[in-house]
Design a protein around this ligand. Sequence first.
Ligand SMILES: *Cc1c(COP(=O)(O)O)cnc(C)c1O
Length: 380
Amino acid sequence: MKIPLIDLKKQYRSIKEEVNEAVLQVLESGSFILGENAEALEEEFAYFCKVKYAVGVASGTDALELSLRALGIGQGDKVITTPFTFIATTEAIGQVGATPIFVDINPETYNIDPKKITEYLLGITNLQRQAIKAIIPVHLYGQPCDMDRLIKIAKDYNLRIVEDCAQAVGSEYKGEKVGSFGDTGCFSFFPSKNLGAYGDGGMIVTNDEKVAQRLRMLRVHGSKDKYHHISEGRNSRLDELQAAILRVKLRHLNNWNESRRKNAAAYNENLGKENLNGKVILPRELMGAKHTYHLYVVRVKDRDRLRNFLESNDVQTGVHYPLPLHLQEVNKNLGYNRGDFPTSELISDEIISLPMYPELDKVAISYISDLISNFLKERR
Ligand SMILES: *Cc1c(COP(=O)(O)O)cnc(C)c1O
């Protein structure tokens, strides 16, 4: 039995007829960029997130960058975020000329720790505080951030919130979808994400009409009417093929996310028994939150050896992510050092992502869990 970390072929086979038909319709239509499918997807996606506006763009990275631009964040500004995320989060900050400020994560949720943000803000001068314009919380692995506390901080310090929802489409905090809390919410349709296209794509959601209008201009070279350019812009558009595929897939998303939650529960049950207590740390859901398990991540001391052992038994795993962003070479100029964010550093060394996708079956989960149990029992 060979078990991949994620299986996109299985999913395609389960929706093949619907997808093929949608793709053929686009090919026949002769309309390929920001046409009726992109428009319909925006409406359907806004409805799904229960927000007023959704704006399709070319990727999740662009969604973050254009959000910052639309909110007027740029040269000389600072943005608070987590060092425990994918590089795109800080790339977007750098792209607009702003600088990231890292704050360490909560050791149970792996998301940015609101308490540490407050500590940081209380420890700097007024002048330093004035340069800080926004927070980018990342709902990592599909686990929602503690939005009540982040919103309180944002209000107290007059900060914008740009939610990085790339891994968390459909995740909920106190009954509301992530993306609907911030000034904007940014989604990625990279193929491996919970709602994945068959190419690149992204979406920004917002309840602010002005921000939505600015985003609609930014993505098409700063123009409102064709060939009349009001501001600096970009080319960051969603194409019709991706939009048509995503419309089909959005109809299945709730079921798929439920399957992911069931799979996570099955892993939790298998790995939670057998006296492995302490040797494997299972994911914990934030109170009041609904996690959608883009990734199912556990912590073990002997991570690399467990990975090799699973690999040799045909189980593919991943590490998301092995090196926190404050230690990445590209961020060297920010001046951070090892030891600055101990929780992120510790957790990066111990995490392992196990196979997770909606179509993963119980037999596979038992097989993987048994392998892990056997490995950990032998290392008393
Ligand atoms: C995937 C991802 C992005 C970027 O999305 P792309 O569509 O690949 O540009 C941003 N942030 C996080 C946390 C991601 O996982």
